[in-house]
Design a protein around this ligand. Sequence first.
Ligand code: F0G
Length: 436
Amino acid sequence: MSSSVQAELVCFEASCRERFAITEVLYNCPKCGGLMEAAYSGTRPSAGELRDLFRQRRLSTAPLDTSGVWRYRELFPFMNDNAHVVTLREGNTPLLDGPLAAQYGGLDKITFKHQGFNPTGSFKDNGMTCGASQARRLGMKRVACVSTGNTSASMAAYAAAAGLEALIFLPHGNISFGKLAQALEYGARTLEVEANFDQILALVRVLAERLGIYLLNSMNPFRVEGQKSIVFEMLDQRDWNPPDWIVLPGGNLGNTSAFGKALREAHELGLIAKMPRLAVIQAEGAAPFHEMFHKGGELHAVTNPETLATAIRIGDPVSWPKALHEVRSSCGTVEKVTEQEIADAKAMIGRAGIGCEPASAATLAGIRKLTAAGVMRKDADVVAVLTGNVLKDPDYIYKYHTGKLETPSGVKIRSTFGNQPIVVPNDADRIAALLQ
Ligand code: F0G
């Protein structure tokens, strides 16, 4: 098996494509301001050799091989020395069938790729293992991120495991307690800023530059490299037989960028014969990408994004140029869904015995709209990516099922599939009577 690969950082803008060493600390191109991406040249093993290698590694007990990210390391070969790698055995997430959910979405069948089975309960771990490993390679001491909750939970865990100091910036009052609790438990210094995600990101960029802190938000190109493994693992689990559609929620659009890059690269390497279409679903109150995709022109930021799916409460997504390229080149689409649609789709995913956090349920809500509109065929082969665990936001669940959920502007959400707990006396006869 022959392989000799060079890795570089390259500006994503087609009109620039300026190149830099893979060890430079860059989030934007110093020449044109464009986003950066990792690019590889040289010879790599053949598609057949790679497929066999990935399968063989499932029998291995070596830490890197048991990670559902690093198992695919030939597909993101930026790391010079594996001793830098910090892994919590991330990835390894299942493909699950959900017949009830398929029916609700207007499909014959659906497959969920459930990233909530990750060590910190979200897809962020796939990217964070790479970002944290690169931080170690660069000799960084402190890492930072702004987050709607999952990035921070993940970064806190990986920083702790890597012996790095973690600094977290959160929009005060707008993240779920489950996610905040994780950051505290993993020992991160946690600052709750009285501003929204987009405002805090601008602030953190300034601070990172001034204080020499390594930023682990999704414009970090190594996070994107790691998140590609969500697609690689899914394809591997399907014997490299690509679906017709991959559906995912869109917030800051890092994941959309990663998925598109993964598909293009898998196609170029001959691992897959056709490209699936990407469908990105946004919450109605935070849908600037949807607006731009359908109306054209530049992205107009939403200044006051609002959604109960706080993970995707983002009005000015940083990675939109990459995401736009990826959705277009996959012949994909962008849809938006209401708070009620997210809440009901989420309950249906729960009823299928699967469960997920609110942002993840935007996928099924979007699928329901896309099948109704005839954009997605009823018999299409669809993989929906559930990005976060059901326990990330229990407050939302309890309120939905007990009829107490309201939108940020105070509109009541109907508990269409509500399931109220019943308080009963400590009395067998009365409980038996109730259950008969
Ligand atoms: N789903 C969940 C559960 C998320 O936490 C996020 C993003 C997304 C979807 C959207 O992914 O930003 O790549 O388009 N959460 C980030 C965070 C912003 O800070 O945890 P995206």
